[in-house]
Unconditional design. Structure first.
Length: 95
């Protein structure tokens, strides 16, 4: 008696998550007091604050949408990094 092969499903992920860890320059020391502003292509802004371990979670970023990320505050022992980071995850391409 022949058995049918197991079928394979496909899940298309249209969103992605990123984790940011802010480090002291030239070291691996995590800066735990830090806040970022995430702005999407429509100008919508979200303020993101590091958790107790210094992690900043960026969740549900839509593929193909450009975002900017800017540090807005940091522990008083450090200078704010004024660089604006552009994030763009590529759109899904089906072949």
């Amino acid at each position: 008696m022949a058995t049918e092969p197991t079928k394979v499903g496909i899940k298309i992920v249209r969103e992605m998550n990123l984790k940011i860890i802010t480090l002291e320059e030239n070291t691996s020391n995590v800066i735990k007091i830090v806040t970022y502003k995430l702005t999407d292509a429509n100008g919508n802004q979200t303020i993101l604050t590091a958790d107790s371990e210094g992690n900043v979670e960026l969740e549900n970023l839509v593929r193909g949408v450009q975002y900017t990320l800017q540090q807005t505050s940091v522990d008083s022992n450090y200078e704010i990094n004024t660089e604006i980071i552009t994030l763009q995850n590529p759109p899904i391409k089906l072949i």
